[in-house]
Design a protein around this ligand. Sequence first.
Ligand SMILES: C[S@@+](CC[C@H](N)C(=O)[O-])C[C@H]1O[C@@H](n2cnc3c(N)ncnc32)[C@H](O)[C@@H]1O
Length: 364
Amino acid sequence: METTLEFKNTVYHLERYPETKDNSLKAWSNAEILALNYLEDKKFSHYHIFNDRFGVWNCVLKDKPVKTVWTYASQKKAVQKNLKLNKIDIVDSSFIHPLDEYGTIDCALVKIPKSLELFELFLAKIHKASEENTEVVCCFMTKYFSTSYLKIAENYFSDIQQTKAWKKARLLILKNPKKELINEKKFINKISWKEDVLHQYYGVFSSKSVDIGTQFLLENIKITKDEVKVLDVASGNGIIARELLKLNENCEPTLVDDFNLAIASSKLNLPENKSTFICDNNLLTLKKNNFDLAVSNPPFHFEYENNIEVSLELFSQVKDCLKDNGHFVLVANKHLNYKVHLKKLFTEVTIVNSNNRFEIILCF
Ligand SMILES: C[S@@+](CC[C@H](N)C(=O)[O-])C[C@H]1O[C@@H](n2cnc3c(N)ncnc32)[C@H](O)[C@@H]1O
């Protein structure tokens, strides 16, 4: 895997976190480098950076005041890992949550996320913190771009320029924040589910309706009165834990998700006094041998990358968190063939139901 980046006569060592066996992947893209090239002759006093997945911007902009708007626990860890590898001091206060106040923005650097909604949330928050001369530098690989991103940008900024492509990457430069916005949004979607309504922030999984895989899991899930300690792995807006609480009001769900807006959403959908919310990309900080039941609709893609490595790691950690008589129920796309992997971890693995796309797997 390529881990050495030479930029303007400085050599950086940049690794991916979590690690991957796919050696074709690296910790930066031409889009991020193009944005750094653009900044070369600019004189911004400070930067707010968005979606710096593995920390290349944090490393190269080390001599400038930088605020990193982080979205994933794994992203925060990746940035910290690469700062450390490059012997750059880590300043905890430079990380801010996307829903926090940003202060005043001089230059915002955005690697355009796959989610249009998350892009909109970023731009709306940037707009709110903008001054007359604020500049927003958005970068993307051309194969992932659509005019929908442009339309969102036009809602917030009057002056929009697109640069020429360089190594299949391009920039959108946004200037002149619009004085008055037609619609101030709250960045929360409402999702109807049976008689219920769930709330979730922009960018959180399945924004229009409950995912069909999750629906299939909910049709097949059971909980007994004795199953109290429940773990919802990759919990998204918290719908699975919420349904389990309806079935057993005494249960105490713990929800874990890598995405901080997913965790923020689940806090809108579950009682805070009964639930534990953890924004993390693994289960290593959880107590071992503690849970009666673990449930999941596990992740299998991250932005534009599909892989099951992350889920397989989570499965082995679930095993450690379960009590000896505890069990794990998950829904998965049939083609992922998780049963084979789960059999290496659990004594009994059964497909308890399936339809044309999904299967429900029960593991003891
Ligand atoms: C398929 S969605 C399921 C969400 C929710 N449980 C539902 O059914 O609607 C998978 C979730 O996994 C989260 N995720 C991705 N990688 C993760 C990781 N390493 N640890 C925990 N959560 C992760 C994503 O942010 C996303 O919310």
